[in-house]
Structure formats: structure tokens, C-alpha cells
Design a protein around this ligand. Structure first.
Ligand SMILES: [Fe+2]
Length: 471
């Protein structure tokens, strides 16, 4: 299909969507696989202004949930704001009431000191990811307040059990061995610690490890294998006592300290013991792809940047430029010998990708072959292609269409199929010329289009989603 390229068309993806809809049938072009049944649930920011104030960073916007459901070759859709306390307060006060990643509400110094590090200071604008914890669906961000929602109606239920710290990740893992949900939080205090924990349901938390740390790193995700959790401490660090009085939004307290190198903290899942700390050249990443054990080595794949400049590149005033310059992530493999002290890293492909996904159900923490993600073409304004990399052979394939901007491709495996890439990729794509978005369904083996289902509005660029076969 011929599309019109609009200069800066990506900017629509950073515009507020107010409309909440529930559509029983979305028009489909193409044919969906008959085996595809279930729901894609997605999370992301959708409202970037409140009253006269604007959020400053892509990570700050108020969370909206989206659901695309597949049954008998048809697609239904719903979207709804997450009714977090941050959202309700914004609506009621017509002002930004809670701190976000890079936006602070106006507060007096007294109020800042009084509320720093106490739970009410944290917002619950859980706009990054979602997961299943026991029977509940939970939306998550990096503050310790996950929010439970009802996955069919997308109605908000309420705040779930807080994480054991003030800074956490929206990328928990399933333990490949036990199936428990494993995550970590940074607990700031006189003795700051990384706290690694596991749980199956709400209220059944088990602490695995508490690691002292004097300069905690900003880590958006971590690695897991069958026996280990690996916290990869990029040298983007903070002095804990400086945060409450700095007067700066949260992330602006972190500083790039490349002389520290990147430290890989390897923790035994079974005992909580620190197996070792290993060091590589400095770099930064948001997303881990996968990790696994191979004889005496740990293999850790991630989407790496030379430095933490990407955090600054994602401020909205930069992203809304006609041609924002974004650093290109490198798909990087780091090899860590457990009997050594250093880590060697190398690129896995000559094409960059972000928002990586794998066949998580069968390959998480284990050897794997395929990663899927969103990348940008040379000269592209934003993420404007989908990429598949065969990490064993370094071969890549791409899908792109002029004037469109695809998001994270979620892999759904075909039931009963043996090949790792037998299945589909589901990606929400912004069509700038049409002023709307569609759900793209690609065959995962060759990235050919099977179908697309268009909704009547644009969907602001989101972060992460999960496919639930049971919905
Ligand atoms: Fe993420």
C-alpha cells in the first residue's frame, strides 16, 4: 500500500488521547490465523497535559490501558485511563499532583522534605508495563506502587502491595525454574540496599537478597537465568541523601560516571548469595533481551547505548521536534566467566533494536535464537521499523511501511508448533497520514503481514504489553 510520508509525522504519537472507547468489532484487512485467541493488553502514557501544566518526559504521561481481543477471526478493542491516584488527583485538581520520572509538581521546600521517601510522595501512575500476579493483573512503573486492574473492562481496582523499596522495575521476570515472579527494588536509607524478592501471589513475598550499595544505579530491567539474577549496574548513579533536597525531578538526580564501568552483580537465586561482581566498559541500557548459562559462562543480551544520553533524548520537547536525533541502540552480547572478574561484550547484529521481545514462555533464561524489536531506519524520525534478529547467525529481517511507526512487537507462539519463531508478532502501529493507529499482525518467521485492525483514533506511543491467552 502506498503511504504518504509526513515530515515529523511521529509527533502525533506524543499527543494526548482523551477518548475512551469500547468497540465490539474493529475493521480488519487481511486474515487472522484461526488459532489466534486471547487478548493483547498494552500500557503507555496517553495524557501529557493537565490544566495549564505539561509533563516533560515520555515516561511521565498518565497511563492508559488498551486491550485488543481476538476470537473467531474477529478483533474487539477497548481503552481506558488507569484510574490511579495520580490520575484522579490530576482530574480533580486540574493540576499535576504527583511527582513523575522527570516532572515534579510545584511544591514548597518544606513539603518536599516532609514527603521525601515516604509512600505518599510516590505517584502510582503505572504507565510502563503490566503482568499477572496470581489471579490479578497489575500495571507497573518504577515507583513501588503497582495498580491492579480488571483485564476485560480495564477498570482500575486499586493499589497492590508496594515493592520493598522506593525505586523498582516494571520488568519483573518469571523464574525459569520455579515460575515465581522475581523482581528487585532499591531501598533508600542510611544503608541503601538492592532488595531481590520473589512472589507467586499478593501477600506471599519472599526476600532473596539484600545487597548494600552506596551509589545505586538507575536500572530499568535486569537479567535472570535458571540459577542467577544479574543486576547490571550501569554507571548512571545517584547519591541517595542528595535526592530529597536537590529540588530536581527524580531522574535528574542521577549522574553519568563512566569511570565506574558497568558492574554485573550476580546473585544466586537459591541462596541469595552474591556470586560475584564483574566489570565491563561503561555503557547504558534500558532493556535486557535474555540471559542464560552456558558451561562456566553467563550470557547476557541487552539493547545497549554508549551512555545515558538516551534518557535525555526522550524528553518530550526533543521528541516533538520534526527530526529528533536519537542514539541508536546496539544489540549487545556480554559474556561473563563465573571464575573471572571481567566481562566481554560484542554486537550481535548490525541493526539496532529497542523494546525487545522473545518467545518468553519457552526461552526465558535459556538459550534462544530469535529476538524481535522496534528500530529506526537511517534518517528516520523515531522507531519506524520492526526488526527480527537471529542471534545465532547474526541475520536480520525488517518490516517497515513509509509514514508508519510501529511499537513493541509482542510474540505469540502458535500452539503445538515446534519452531521457536512459529507464531505471530502483534504491534500497535501509528499511521501518521491517516491520523490513526492499527494493530499489525505479522508472521514471526518471515515478517510478512497477515492482517491489520484499525482503530478510529491515534494511540500515543506506549511501552509494553502482554498477551493473555485466557482472556
Ligand atoms: Fe521498559
Amino acid at each position: 500500500m502506498q503511504q504518504t510520508q509526513i515530515a515529523g509525522g511521529h509527533r502525533l504519537g506524543f499527543q494526548t488521547l482523551e477518548q475512551e472507547r469500547s468497540l465490539d468489532a474493529v475493521p480488519i484487512e487481511g486474515v487472522l490465523p484461526t488459532w489466534l485467541a486471547g487478548s493483547l493488553l498494552r500500557n503507555g502514557p496517553a495524557k501529557f497535559e493537565v490544566g495549564e501544566h505539561s509533563y516533560r518526559h515520555w515516561f511521565d504521561g498518565l497511563a492508559m490501558l488498551h486491550r485488543f481481543s481476538f476470537a473467531h477471526g474477529a478483533v474487539s478493542y477497548a481503552n481506558r485511563f488507569l484510574a490511579s491516584r495520580a490520575y484522579r488527583a490530576a482530574r480533580e485538581q486540574d493540576a499535576i499532583a504527583y511527582s513523575e520520572f522527570a516532572t515534579d509538581p510545584c511544591r514548597s521546600l518544606f513539603k518536599r522534605v516532609a514527603t521525601a521517601f515516604s509512600p505518599p510522595a510516590f505517584g502510582d501512575n503505572a504507565n510502563v508495563n503490566l503482568t499477572r500476579l496470581g489471579d490479578e493483573f497489575v500495571a507497573m512503573t518504577e515507583t513501588p506502587l503497582p495498580v491492579v486492574f480488571e483485564p476485560r473492562t480495564l477498570q482500575t481496582v486499586g493499589v497492590a502491595e508496594p515493592a520493598p523499596g522506593q525505586l523498582t522495575v516494571a520488568h519483573p521476570h518469571r523464574s525459569p525454574k520455579t515460575g515465581e515472579l522475581v523482581s528487585y527494588a532499591t531501598h533508600f536509607g542510611p544503608y541503601t540496599t538492592y532488595r531481590v524478592y520473589a512472589q507467586r501471589t499478593r501477600g506471599e513475598r519472599r526476600m532473596i537478597a539484600k545487597l548494600p550499595v552506596s551509589r545505586p544505579a538507575y536500572m530499568h530491567s535486569f537479567a535472570i537465568t535458571e540459577r542467577y539474577v544479574v543486576l547490571v549496574e550501569f554507571p548512571f548513579v545517584v547519591v541517595p541523601v542528595a535526592i530529597p533536597l536537590s529540588g530536581r525531578p527524580f531522574i535528574e538526580n542521577f549522574q553519568w560516571r563512566p569511570q565506574r564501568g558497568t558492574r554485573f552483580r550476580v546473585i544466586e537465586l537459591a541462596t541469595g548469595k552474591l556470586r560475584g561482581t564483574y566489570e565491563s566498559e561503561p555503557f547504558f541500557a534500558f532493556h535486557h533481551v535474555n540471559a542464560f548459562e552456558r558451561e562456566a559462562e553467563l550470557i547476557i543480551d541487552l539493547c545497549a547505548y554508549d551512555d545515558a544520553g538516551i534518557v535525555h533524548a526522550l524528553y518530550l520537547d526533543h521528541l516533538r521536534q520534526e527530526h529528533p536525533v536519537l542514539p541508536d541502540p546496539e544489540l549487545r552480547r556480554c559474556r561473563l566467566r563465573l571464575d573471572g572478574t571481567s566481562v566481554g561484550c560484542e554486537p550481535l547484529a548490525d541493526v539496532g533494536l529497542e523494546l525487545p521481545r522473545i518467545d518468553y514462555r519457552s526461552r526465558n533464561g535459556r538459550p534462544y535464537r530469535y529476538v524481535y524489536g522496534a528500530g529506526h531506519r537511517d534518517g528516520g524520525d523515531f522507531l519506524d521499523q520492526l526488526v527480527k534478529v537471529d542471534v545465532e547467525r547474526g541475520e536480520t529481517s525488517v518490516w517497515s511501511e513509509s509514514g508508519t511507526y510501529p511499537g513493541e512487537p509482542v510474540f505469540v507462539s502458535e500452539p503445538g508448533a515446534a519452531d521457536e519463531d512459529a507464531g505471530v508478532l502483534l504491534s500497535v502501529v501509528l499511521d501518521a497520514a491517516a491520523g490513526s493507529s492499527f494493530l499489525l499482525v505479522l508472521g514471526a518467521s518471515d515478517l510478512t503481514e497477515l492482517a491489520r485492525a484499525r482503530v478510529p483514533h491515534h494511540i500515543p506511543f506506549g511501552f509494553h504489553g502482554q498477551f493473555a491467552t485466557e482472556l
